[in-house]
Ligand binder design. Structure first.
Ligand code: SF4
Length: 462
């Protein structure tokens, strides 16, 4: 039975595939996932992690800017629309204090930041002066390595050439932005109207001013989207030649993000349609010469992520698939997550508690998770599966000092997945068949010792 006969290659989902597609499973940008974080009694654990970093460790720095000009109704980020720029300036003042207070605790020598990422929200909500203050502070207190990747998320609706020139001058060499879908009807239904010409102008200006690497985010499963509209968007995207394209499924969680109530549920595509849209975008982008990377990335053959895939060095962290192989990631700003070999730590969950802590001279880190040796081993298996679609879990367990009996429950779950045709097993080697790659999160879940099946805890697999 075939779905989109006009396209001729989308098999209807049978009951087995539907079961997996409708499961709520983690995105596994970390293991254990943020759902397992607990409150920390104090900040000693986190401070100990900062102090135990190797002098020569490579670091990744992340700053979170929680402001946008206008709220997109599909948005799942930690952001808000402030009623004036003053809030942003005062946020940056506190952020600089947080860096001042944290940097002396980091044992790594100055000059070891290999990746520096501004995320949000819309970091370019900040003016050039405030972005510059943050860049200067990171450079002063932590120091960037030569050739470091310095990346920022921008909004093509508010981007100007002058802003691009300022960013290039400050050393930014990668910019990413949400395109989602070029179809005007879809854009209206998600409260984010940005015509193709506006995005094209933004991309051209970024390249003109010397920011060569541009990433796009696309989303499927949005209201009014169809297989036809996402294929059109994929071809329009390729015409602008971004280095990387990330494709995510829209997660409709109005009980968690109230503004999503503005999206009418009857306008949302069903599971079969979402599945077809995901496959259609993937096929169209690969036809345009993009290389599929992991579950949701597509990259130009000359992008460093394509090299990482080839060399087996692709990584996955809170920002998704990455070439960032840093030993630790240190986050600044509200809700930012830091990642260390020993575990995870999160700054204040809301701006008020984050600000109060920093202004009182305390670390805003209030929660996180210390990971066990077994967590580390499972994280390693899950990361390789998510990146390579093939893993030898027993070999990895041995590297971490465990024998295969630790993975008995995982192998039981894999047996069921194998019966359903979701995985292939050769001895202990687990591989995901080409036409089941979209379900890799379901397969990774077999190794998740913390997973609790509960509706609305995670996002739908497809
Ligand atoms: S611009 Fe980005 S972060 Fe801001 S509301 Fe829209 S999707 Fe969310």
């Amino acid at each position: 039975m075939w779905g989109r006969r006009a396209y001729g290659y989308f098999a209807d989902m049978d009951d087995i595939l539907l079961k997996y597609a409708n499961m709520d499973v983690p995105r596994y940008t970390s293991y254990p996932t943020a759902a397992q974080f607990v409150d920390f009694p104090d900040t000693s654990l986190w401070e100990g992690w900062l102090g135990s970093l190797d002098k020569q460790a490579s670091l990744s720095a992340y700053v979170h800017i929680p402001f946008c000009e206008k709220l997109c109704w599909y948005c799942g980020c930690h952001t808000s629309v402030p009623n004036g720029y003053d809030r942003a300036t005062s946020y940056v003042d506190t952020l600089l204090k947080e860096i001042d207070q944290t940097a002396p605790l980091i044992a790594t020598e100055h000059g070891n930041v290999s990746h520096f990422h501004f995320g949000g929200g819309t970091p370019t909500f900040l003016n050039g002066k405030d972005i510059g203050r943050i860049v200067d502070k990171i450079e002063e207190k932590m120091g960037l390595r030569d050739g470091a990747e310095v990346a920022i998320e921008i909004d093509p609706r508010t981007f100007s050439r002058k802003q691009g020139e300022e960013l290039a001058q400050m050393g930014f060499n990668r910019a990413s932005f949400g395109v989602q879908d070029f179809n005007l009807e879809v854009q209206k239904k998600i409260n984010r109207v940005q015509p193709y010409e506006q995005v094209e102008k933004c991309v051209n200006e970024l390249r003109d001013v010397g920011i060569p690497s541009v990433n796009f985010d696309l989303i499927y499963g949005l209201p009014a989207q169809t297989v036809e509209s996402v294929i059109e968007t994929a071809h329009q995207t390729a015409a602008l030649n971004p280095s990387r394209v990330a494709v995510f499924g829209y997660a409709h969680v109005p009980w968690f993000k109230k503004h999503m109530k503005l999206i009418k549920e009857e306008d949302l595509p069903g599971t079969q349609e979402r599945y077809e849209q995901a496959l259609a975008i993937s096929k169209a982008l690969q036809e345009e010469g993009y290389i599929a990377v992991g579950l949701d990335h597509f990259v130009r053959p000359d992008d460093n992520m394509a090299h990482a895939l080839k060399e087996g060095t692709l990584r996955r962290n809170f920002q998704g698939y990455t070439t960032d192989a840093a030993d630790a990631m240190i986050g600044f700003g509200v809700s930012s997550i830091s990642e260390f070999p020993q575990g995870f730590a999160q700054g204040g969950r809301d701006t008020l508690s984050w600000r109060n802590a920093v202004e009182a001279g305390r670390s805003p880190v209030g929660r996180g998770l210390e990971i066990s040796k077994e967590d580390k081993m499972r994280a390693h298996i899950i990361e390789r599966l998510m990146c390579d679609f093939e893993v030898d879990p027993v070999a990895i367990a041995k590297q971490h000092g465990f024998d295969q009996s630790t993975l008995m429950a995982a192998f039981d779950r894999l047996k069921a997945l194998q019966t359903d045709g979701m995985v292939e097993m050769k001895g202990f080697i687990v591989s995901v068949p080409q036409d089941r790659k979209i379900f890799v999160r379901n397969i990774a879940q077999a190794f998740d010792a913390h997973y609790v099946q509960a509706p609305a805890k995670h996002s739908r697999a497809v």
